[in-house]
Design a binder for this molecule. Structure first.
Ligand SMILES: *[C@@H]1O[C@H](CO)[C@@H](O)[C@H](O)[C@H]1NC(C)=O
Ligand SMILES: *[C@@H]1O[C@H](CO)[C@@H](O)[C@H](O)[C@H]1NC(C)=O
Length: 396
């Protein structure tokens, strides 16, 4: 069905030749010599290979003695089939007046390309890929030319593009799959993708405007784990990692959405943790819980990822581990998630904090965020103060 586009310029030339000149020797289209293509429902002209233009020939279907068109038809070395239908596909033979077989022609029938259906997706912040499917089912050999260019002015729809804006090839990797990938794209730029379907009957182009910010959809977080916290019958500690397709980079962070429910309950509870772990403080004691997590660009570009595979955990039922009850050797202030009010929920007895021994947290943005929020509110306060001050002055 699909073939390599390597000889494509030749094909396009051949298509053009077929349209322009029919009187000279036969145009060579795709595929082996002696293969010709025609459009279903239209008149199709076959050409006897190996004879000079205008040579008188007779035409037969291969293996049938019945004469289709005699030399007196006035068509020279061509055979015209009006309104070709599927029964016209097959092999034809042309003979010169001396009865010698001069050539065989195998006719394939189909339709000119239709505009392909294209969609693009990105699972990280600098690469995206586009996939496509035929706009119309076609039995002719088909290939796709894929390119892209950068739109120089975002939102500008006319064709003003400068030379540094492409077009560049959008490589199909592996070849033959209906997918091409753009690497190293700029997050804030607009790109125009050109997917052109080409077959022996012509070409048809779909243009599509794409920006990474709108198509971004991270892969789900990975390595979700749910652990009991010894001594806390209503708590679970969930932790997860960035998807491997999202390399850590300070300017492109992910935020997360965590859902959990007891196995028996249909309704999920949702929280939006900031870091890579969350302490669930209202678990139902003794019941196994299901937890799942999804990710999104920190600044709300694109959409939420799919949910991660679910992980299960049951809150601890045993007492506090003895070493914690015995000694205060665990540093306190280790777990910012353990808020005082939630400790009260754990029971009338409020034990010292157990050691969570959390995995290293390379991307806990809590502290910088709080600082930013603090700075911003300080800024707003001082601004308000200034405004009030100048108002008072003005009134004075
Ligand atoms: C983009 O793709 C390139 C090549 O596959 C890869 O090396 C790079 O890490 C990708 N970028 C991101 C942000 O994932
Ligand atoms: C799309 O790509 C085709 C094939 O490369 C090319 O002939 C055509 O000019 C392109 N169209 C636009 C609008 O860039």
């Amino acid at each position: 069905m699909s073939s390599s586009c390597s000889g494509l310029s030749r094909v396009l030339v051949a298509v053009a030749t077929a349209l322009v000149s029919v009187s000279s020797s036969c145009p060579q289209a795709w595929g082996p010599p002696g293969v010709q293509y025609g459009q279903l429902g239209r008149s199709v002209m076959l050409c006897c290979p190996g004879v000079a233009a205008g040579t008188l020939v007779s035409w037969f279907r291969d293996g049938e003695p019945r004469l289709l068109q005699g030399p007196a038809s006035g068509q020279g070395h061509t055979l015209v089939l009006a309104q070709a239908d599927t029964s016209d596909a097959g092999t034809y033979i042309c003979r010169t007046l001396d009865g010698a077989v001069r050539g065989t022609v195998t006719l394939h029938l189909g339709y000119p390309p239709a505009r392909p259906v294209v969609s693009c997706q990105a699972s990280d912040y600098e690469n995206f890929s586009c996939t496509w499917s035929p706009g119309q089912v076609n039995s002719l050999p088909t290939c796709y030319l894929t390119s892209y260019r950068k739109k120089t002015v975002p939102g500008d729809d006319d064709q003003r593009m400068n030379s540094s804006a492409g077009p560049w090839l959008c490589p199909q990797d592996p070849p033959g799959t209906a997918r091409c990938a753009v690497h190293g794209a700029e997050f804030w730029s607009q790109y125009r993708i050109n997917v052109t379907e080409v077959n022996p009957l012509g070409a048809s182009t779909r243009l599509m405007d794409v920006s990474l910010q709108s198509i971004l959809r991270p892969d789900p977080p990975q390595g979700l784990q749910v652990e009991p916290i010894p001594g806390y019958p209503r708590r679970l500690l969930a932790s997860w990692k960035y998807p491997t397709s999202w390399p850590h980079q300070p300017h492109f962070l992910l935020k997360f959405r965590l859902q959990y429910r007891p196995v028996q309950h249909p309704a999920w509870s949702t929280v939006e943790p900031v870091g890579l772990e969350e302490v669930i403080t209202d678990a139902v004691a003794g019941l196994p819980h299901i937890v799942r997590v999804s990710a999104r660009d920190f600044l709300d570009a694109g959409t939420w990822s799919a949910w991660s595979p679910e992980a299960w955990g049951t809150p601890s039922t045993g007492p506090l581990p003895e070493e914690i009850l015995a000694g205060g050797q665990q540093p306190v202030g280790d777990q910012p998630q353990l808020k005082p009010e939630s400790q009260l929920q754990a029971g009338s007895f409020t034990p010292p904090r157990p050691s969570l021994q959390p995995a290293p947290q390379p991307l806990d943005h809590r502290v910088p965020l709080e600082q930013v929020a603090m700075l911003m509110s300080l800024g707003i306060l001082s601004f308000l103060g200034l405004v009030a001050g100048s108002l008072v002055l003005g009134l004075w």
